[in-house]
Design a protein around this ligand. Structure first.
Ligand code: PNS
Length: 165
């Protein structure tokens, strides 16, 4: 069975992430979207919320599962016997950091290849931090976030805005 892992913060999942998931899923028998918990970061959405938001938008993809994890990614991919790590590349600016992570992960988990999918042009500029910024200032994020989760994501991000007042 060819298992791939798509790791990230997904704080929150965007149309850019969903595009990568939809395009990666047919390439493998199983794709695990992995919400990685970084103890050094203070995410806007809890890991449970992030997992639940992703589950809601991948419901029509039978070979996609969602999981959360705190620790070394190489240990997770080895435990799962994954053949690939999937990453999305938006621009040259993503490349240097992703290249470095791919080399480290290859060193730590030599059996797993990092597979880069180039983002679709309509999502080139979409990122979770941009979504948060736009929503926190009351802007329209409907082009950036899957419609099934748009009301909940907007509500949570607007609540953050009101709390700052
Ligand atoms: O969506 P992000 O925040 O760009 O994702 C980064 C992520 C979660 C993929 C990266 O931080 C990661 O792999 N974290 C797990 C800890 C780890 O294994 N670090 C070494 C990677 S080379």
């Amino acid at each position: 069975m060819r298992i791939a892992i798509y790791p990230g913060s997904f704080d929150p999942i965007t149309n850019g992430h969903l595009d990568i998931i939809r395009r990666a899923a047919p390439l493998f028998d199983q794709l695990i979207v992995l919400v990685v918990i970084n103890p050094d970061k203070r995410p806007t959405f809890s890991h449970k919320e992030r997992l639940e938001l992703i589950q809601r938008v991948v419901g029509d993809l039978p070979n996609v599962q969602v999981d959360t994890y705190q620790g070394l990614l190489a240990d997770y991919v080895t435990a799962k016997g994954a053949c690939a790590l999937v990453k999305g590349l938006r621009a040259v600016t993503d490349f240097e950091y992703e290249f470095q992570m791919a080399l480290v992960n290859k060193k730590l988990a030599p059996q797993t290849e990092t597979v880069f999918l180039v983002t679709s042009t309509q999502n080139l500029y979409v990122s979770s931090s941009l979504v948060k910024q736009v929503a926190q200032f009351g802007g329209d994020i409907s082009d950036f976030v899957p419609e099934q989760i748009l009301p909940d994501v907007t509500r949570k991000l607007s609540a953050g805005r009101n709390n700052q007042e």
